[in-house]
Design a protein around this ligand. Structure first.
Ligand code: MN
Ligand code: MN
Length: 477
């Protein structure tokens, strides 16, 4: 009698077709422990950096502890960058570049991972404080792409810097300590919301209506008006030594109050504010901290203003990064030439590290299930971010995609391909196209989240870990 053979079709199917892995199903116990450990660090990073300034400060603090020296010091002391040297550059306290000098010359190109530190939020206007009907409020102007209705009726914290005329800088954070008061934006009671509820979702709450409730006790004096506003100003003056005019040279950001948390009975996810894009900032930061003497110079770039189109001198569009590379080449080469800078940039490889929307079973209609990224299936590679004919997207070259795929596969990185929404649904941009202008090979590669740009976003801990692992492999390739 003949033995039952495994069907030929099944064998062929296994050899030829591809299925994306679920990270949790392929991890060994030891590595699973690492996933949870790293996510404790991640939550701490999120809590310490709820604004671009705070995140930049935390990156520089830890980098300095780990032996990174400032580019200013390198320039001043004319230190020649040698393999293994760790250097940081601070761009106006809002953006940072970290370098680990490689064995190969800079001219041969760098391995760059670029993320952004800014996140959608509400900014106080420059003349914000007013009193109306016995309440003190602050006017805001939202920053980045928000759904306005998400920002009412939740506890909010104020993070800001006040620059006084004499140059004194005052850092203010109110609403993060358990003992602190928080702030709030009101919404209409349902009983009286008949007209509001009939409006389109995008119109129910207006930008000019996002006014922050900050006080209600009048200053005790019968001779004056606007007593509640005065009382608020008086408290600010007593606590921080500031007056109303100081708001004009201040940057106050209103963000959801409180810490990031584990989500799910199995603690498999992280919920928290600003994970777009601090999840990629954290994972690339941690990845470069583990790099000692790479072949190609490793660069972790953390930029600002991505959420408003990468404009301004702290954004990816600014010449900051190019200038720092020029300084390094000037210190390295006997004969400085701009041509060497151009070669160094053009020969570089980039992972544009940003988030995208993961497949959400509550909203299956906006994503193509075959090409959407899934939470828990690892770091996502995104060939193009555009929509409707790939408009405005950095469409990565397949030559380069093959190299990244090989790096990930060789290093047991669980990865998936993803696109940002159905063809005609919408889309979004990243910093990818800006670096691509130098001739660099660039591909978007980051973490898929649920509820992107909401006050509270969700990431899979498995993806945070795999992204760190993938970024580290890229730096060391
Ligand atoms: Mn982003
Ligand atoms: Mn974003």
């Amino acid at each position: 009698m003949e033995m039952a053979k495994e069907s030929k079709g099944k064998e062929l199917q296994e050899a030829l077709t591809h299925k994306w892995d679920n990270v949790w199903e392929v991890l060994g116990d030891k590595e699973k422990d690492r996933v949870f450990e790293i996510n404790e660090e991640y939550k701490d990073f999120l809590d310490k950096g709820k604004t671009e300034r705070e995140a930049a400060r935390e990156i520089i603090r830890v980098a300095t502890e780990q032996g990174y020296i400032s580019i200013d010091e390198v320039i001043e002391k004319k230190i020649k960058p040698t393999p293994g040297m760790k250097i940081y550059a601070n761009n106006k306290n809002k953006a940072v570049a970290l370098f680990v000098i490689g064995e190969e010359k800079l001219e041969k190109g760098m391995h760059i991972i670029g993320s952004h530190l800014d996140a959608p939020r509400l900014d106080l206007k420059q003349f914000p404080l007013y009193e109306d009907s016995g309440l003190a409020l602050c006017k805001t102007h939202y920053y980045g792409g928000i759904k306005k209705y998400q920002w009412v009726t939740l506890p909010l914290a104020l993070h800001g810097v006040v620059m006084k005329e004499d140059g004194e800088k005052i850092d203010i954070v109110i609403g993060e300590d358990e003992e602190d008061p928080v702030f709030f934006i009101t919404d209409l009671l349902p009983h009286l919301a008949k007209d509001q509820m009939a409006k389109k979702m995008g119109e129910g709450i207006t930008g000019e209506g996002l006014n922050l409730l900050v006080g209600s006790i009048p200053y005790k004096d019968d001779e004056i008006n606007e007593k509640v506003k005065l009382n608020v100003l008086n408290i600010l003056h007593e606590k921080y030594g500031i007056k109303e005019e100081d708001f004009t040279s201040a940057e106050f950001e209103v963000v959801p109050a409180g810490k990031s948390r584990d989500v799910g009975i199995d603690r498999s996810m992280v919920g928290g504010y600003g994970q777009d894009d601090r999840v990629c900032a954290f994972t690339s930061f941690k990845a470069i901290l583990d790099v000692e003497k790479p072949n190609k110079t490793a660069v972790a770039l953390f930029v600002d203003k991505e959420e408003i189109g990468s404009v301004g001198n702290t954004s990816m569009e600014s010449r900051f990064f190019e200038n720092v590379v020029s300084e390094l080449i000037y210190l390295t080469e006997e004969d400085y030439s701009e041509l060497v800078v151009k070669r160094a940039l053009a020969n570089s490889w980039v992972l544009s590290a940003d988030t995208l929307g993961g497949f959400d079973p509550n909203y299956p209609e906006v994503l193509d299930k075959m090409n959407a990224p899934f939470i828990g299936k690892g770091v996502t590679i995104v060939k193009y971010t555009g929509a409707r004919g790939k408009g405005g997207s950095n469409d990565a070259n397949s030559e380069y995609l093959a190299k990244i795929r090989k790096i990930f596969n060789d290093n047991d990185v669980v990865w998936q391909m993803g696109e940002l929404g159905k063809v005609d649904q919408g889309g979004g941009g990243t910093i990818a196209y800006i670096l691509a202008n130098y001739g660099m090979e660039v591909v978007d590669c980051g973490v898929a989240l649920l509820s992107v740009h909401a006050p509270y976003e969700i990431a899979s801990k498995a993806d945070v870990y795999m992204t760190y692992k993938g970024y580290n492999a890229f730096f060391n390739a």
